[in-house]
Structures are given as structure tokens and as C-alpha cells.
Design a binder for this molecule. Structure first.
Ligand code: SF4
Length: 526
């Protein structure tokens, strides 16, 4: 049997035996072997680590057709489509943060899994992360304060409901940390349910999302819910566009519905905020979902969340005709535009003395695109905690921190024959508390990562002639395959992907976000 269309989504059939029909106690059941469920899970997470939905790529492509898009919107869209082209070769994952495996679904009572469904799903996840160039991100707490990476990317979040009939519907998501961190719950009251007040509230809260989860976003907002957790679960499903078929109005039984009128208003709002696709412009969001749920009269949970530029979700179904996976886009190159960014990037040589690098950056205006070539140090959370300990103990800092720019990142596994795995930026703000002490000692003068920084970092850069450059979040495969030429662990190797690496880059794209004069792209009136 060939592919089949469900709603507006195409599904491909996996080359596995159809579920077996059995009769038991006068009832008919479909039975699927646990091994088939494991294979389905493995394929789903493999696809989603490398491929995007066609609709998501179409939205990126449309940015180029919009005369009101900014040059920086177009630059980011171009980088993200180029990244998708590299990821679709199925060697580099689209993002270095290959995510927490989240599996939700509904199992009909007349579909049986022969064996443990949970163990089968876990086996599929383990197999994908073992066999591909993904990153293990799950930390097991050994004590309240001591953690170790599990080395399998397990445990996973598995949440399957009981339903009717003889199908098993699943949604597989690989949720990155930065993206998951942009999920919020607000406990509000009935007073919010007035059109102007609700819009003002949403305006204020959406602005707090910032760009650390790599826009353009698929933004989801849920108003109501019988509990806080129902509200937030609905946010997650809506951000994956899994609730698009909801009706457009409520009823006396309290059914959920989509408010497409409010969706259009909120989308318009996001386009006027000025943040754009990471570095100024219009495309902060691709689209918006607003779902209204019933609620207890004394509560009004409001949830908000995003799906990021690694828009990783894939539907699956097991039914009498076989095992099916949503067909993702295998040819993202057809969305590549010929148009290039209008603003030409400035080339910066990182292999000069750090003072000379700072001199070169000092002459640029905030939001200028740059192309960096030369040597950088990579360090993130665990190393910064160690550096803080050295500062507190009065010990000297390692000289690599004063000699080179620092990139906040942690790589995925390196595909054989390449210098680097997918290696995009992590959220800079987590390193903010360390910056003043480090810069006061001549370290971290030039920092590269993603998202906004605190006022203390802006002040510190002004006081110590420092700079912060924003790298395009979500374009990790391009960086790993085409930009990073050498990766060498040089310190704290025991921290795994959080070790200190020395890397050599050629044409690393970034934007000047914070300069040495108190300028901050994110603090400008947008
Ligand atoms: S695209 Fe950005 S927010 Fe999304 S998983 Fe990757 S690093 Fe995290």
C-alpha cells in the first residue's frame, strides 16, 4: 500500500508486517508486536532529528516573498533553510540539542501491544540516539546536588491515554531545552476575559519570550483548563499543530475550541514587536494557535509555549492497514531562495590579539552581521561554575579564557569523516552571572551565543571593552558541517559535551548584539 492522506498530512507506510487480527472472548482485536512499535519509534525519532514538515519550510520560504521582511529576517530564514538542506542528508541533526524524547498518544482498547509498549518505545529511542550523531541531554540526579548524564538520552516522557477502537495514534516530539524553557503558566482570574485586557496581557507576556528559543516560533496560547497541567499539555500539543482540527466555538458541554480571530490578532501583534527572526524585523512567529478550554469558576490558567526552529514533531498511526509515519520533507533545497541578505557581513579575523578583535568590533553598529574566522574557545554551564570557583578561591583563570573569544555551546556527536557534529549556540543568559567577574580579569571579552543578556552584562561590556555576538539559533548542522574546521577538547574532558573545546571556524555568521559603549540590540526600542 502506498502513502495515505489523513486530513492534510501525508503518511508513509513502514515496511513492517500489518498487525495481526485475533479474536478473544467474542471480541476482535489487532495485535502488534512490541518490536514493531520499537522500530516505528526509532524511525520517528530518526526522521524528526533530520527532517522538517513541508509546511514549516514553506513558511520559511515565504519570508523571502514578503517585501516587509527585514534583511536580517531573510538572513536567518536563509540560514535555517540551508541548515535544513544539510540536516536532510541524515548525517548532521538539524540542531545540536537533539532534545528530550516526548511521546504522547491514544491507544484504542481493541489494539494490543504484544509485550511492553513502554519498553518498546524506550528501546526505539535508545536505538536512535545510539546509532545517530545525536546528543545525550538527560541528567540523572544521584543526590540533590550531584548529577550524571545517562548516556542514552533516556528517560523519555511517555504519556499514552486510553481510547476507543483499534488504532494507536502517536505524536513523537524531540523537545530542546531552550524551547522547553519557554513554556509558561500564569494563574489568572475571570477579570482577564475582556478583549482589550487579554490582548494587553498577551502582548506583555509574549515579549518576555525573547529569542533564546530560536525564532521564528510556532506560538501556542491556551486560555483555561481544568487544571494547570491540562492547560500546559494543551500548549505542547497546540505548538505541534496537533489540535488544528478543533472546532471554532465552544458548547454547553465545555468543549475545547480554537479562536482563529484571536490567533490573527496575536500574530499581527508579534509582527509589530520588532524582534523579528532573532535579529530585528517582522518574523518573530510563523503562526499562532489560541485554544480555549473549560475551567473551574475560581481559576483561569493561561499557558504559553513555542515550537522552535527545530520544529521536531511527527505523527504516527498503527491500524489494520499497517504502521504509518507522517511524511516529512525530504527535499528542503526546493525552498532555497536565490535572494541573499541585503546587508553584507563584515569579516573579523579571530586569530589576532584579543585587543585587535575588540578594536575591529568596536567600529561596528549594533545588529551588524559579521563573519568570524579563526580560533574560539567553547565553554558552557559546568565550566563556568568551575571558573567561578577559581575566582572565589583567588586562583588564576586558564589563559585560554583571556586569549580567545568564548562560544557558549555543546556539540552533538561527530559524524565520521567530519571535524565536528552539529554545534549551534546555547542560551547566553545562563552565563550572565559569571560575566562581570570574568571580564574584570580579562576573560570572556568577546562572547558568542544566542538570546538576550542582562543589564549587568551590558554594563560589564561597557566597563571592560567587551562584546556579545548573537549566532543564528537553529542552524547547528550548517555550523557543524561547513563552518567548524577543527574541534579539540582541551580542558575538563570529564564534562563530556560540556568540556572546554578549542575550535577553528571559517565564516561563522553572527550579529553584533552588545558593544563596548552600552549598546544592546535587545534593549533598543523595537
Ligand atoms: S533550535 Fe534552538 S531552541 Fe530549538 S532545540 Fe535547537 S537550540 Fe534549542
Amino acid at each position: 500500500m502506498g502513502p495515505k492522506l489523513e486530513g492534510d498530512q501525508m503518511f508513509r507506510k513502514l515496511p513492517l508486517d500489518n498487525p495481526e487480527r485475533i479474536d478473544c472472548a467474542g471480541e476482535s482485536f489487532l495485535r502488534v508486536p512490541a518490536e514493531s512499535l520499537a522500530r516505528l519509534t526509532e524511525e520517528a525519532f530518526a526522521d524528526v532529528s533530520h527532517l522538517l514538515r513541508t509546511s514549516h519550510l514553506e513558511q520559511l520560504g515565504q519570508i523571502f516573498d514578503d517585501p516587509d521582511a527585514s534583511a536580517n529576517d531573510r538572513f536567518v530564514a536563509l540560514e535555517l533553510i540551508k541548515n535544513a538542506v544539510i540536516a536532510a542528508e541524515r548525517e548532521f541533526p538539524s540542531c545540536q540539542d537533539t532534545g528530550t524524547a516526548v511521546v504522547t498518544g491514544k491507544k484504542g482498547q481493541n489494539l494490543l501491544v504484544a509485550g511492553s509498549a513502554k519498553a518498546a518505545i524506550e528501546e526505539g529511542i535508545r536505538a536512535t540516539w545510539d546509532s545517530r550523531n545525536l546528543r545525550y541531554s538527560q541528567m540523572a540526579p544521584l543526590t540533590m546536588y550531584e548529577e550524571r548524564n545517562t548516556g542514552t538520552n533516556l528517560p523519555a516522557q511517555i504519556d499514552i491515554e486510553a481510547g476507543e477502537g483499534e488504532t494507536l495514534d502517536l505524536l513523537f516530539m524531540a523537545k530542546g531545552g531552550g524551547s522547553a524553557n519557554k513554556t509558561f503558566l500564569f494563574q489568572e482570574t475571570r477579570r482577564l476575559l475582556e478583549p482589550d485586557r487579554l490582548l494587553r496581557f498577551l502582548d506583555e507576556k509574549i515579549r518576555t519570550l525573547g529569542t533564546t528559543a530560536c525564532p521564528p516560533y510556532h506560538l501556542a496560547i491556551v486560555i483555561g483548563g481544568l487544571s494547570a497541567e491540562q492547560c500546559l499539555k494543551t500548549v505542547k500539543l497546540a505548538s505541534a499543530r496537533a489540535l488544528d482540527d478543533l472546532p471554532d466555538c465552544g458548547d454547553m458541554k465545555g468543549r475545547a475550541f480554537r479562536d482563529q480571530g484571536l490567533e490573527a490578532q496575536v500574530l499581527k501583534l508579534t509582527r509589530s514587536m520588532g524582534l523579528g527572526a532573532q535579529f530585528g524585523g517582522k518574523y518573530f512567529c510563523h503562526d499562532v494557535r489560541v485554544i480555549r478550554l473549560p475551567r473551574h469558576g475560581g481559576s483561569l490558567p493561561v499557558g504559553m509555549g513555542v515550537s522552535c526552529s527545530a520544529d521536531r514533531q511527527i505523527k504516527a498511526r498503527i491500524d489494520r492497514d499497517g504502521l504509518w509515519l507522517e511524511a516529512l520533507e525530504r527535499d528542503p533545497a526546493r525552498f532555497l531562495p536565490t535572494l541573499r541578505t541585503a546587508q553584507k557581513p563584515v569579516r573579523i579575523d579571530l586569530d589576532q590579539q584579543i585587543d585587535a578583535v575588540c578594536d575591529a568590533l568596536s567600529g561596528l553598529a549594533v545588529s551588524t552581521p559579521v563573519l568570524l574566522s579563526g580560533t574560539m574557545i567553547v565553554a558552557r554551564d559546568m565550566v563556568h561554575a568551575e571558573l567561578a570557583r577559581m575566582v572565589a578561591a583567588g586562583q588564576p583563570l586558564p589563559d585560554y579564557m583571556t586569549r580567545h573569544p568564548v562560544y557558549y555551546a555543546g556539540p552533538a556527536k561527530t559524524p565520521s569523516g567530519h571535524a565536528s557534529g552539529s554545534f549551534g549556540p546555547t542560551t547566553a543568559a545562563r552565563m550572565d552571572p559569571y560575566v562581570p567577574d570574568l571580564q574584570a580579569r580579562g576573560a570572556s571579552r568577546v562572547m558568542i551565543a544566542k538570546g538576550n543578556r542582562s543589564a549587568a552584562v551590558v554594563q560589564s561590556c561597557k566597563a571592560h571593552r567587551g562584546f556579545y555576538l548573537g549566532s543564528v539559533g537553529g542552524a547547528a548542522a550548517t555550523l557543524g558541517k561547513e563552518v567548524i574546521r577543527k574541534v579539540e577538547p582541551i580542558d575538563f574532558a570529564e564534562f563530556g559535551m560540556e568540556a572546554v573545546f578549542l575550535i577553528e571556524v571559517q565564516g561563522f555568521p553572527a550579529f553584533l548584539i552588545i558593544d563596548d559603549k552600552g549598546g544592546d540590540f535587545f534593549a533598543r526600542p523595537q
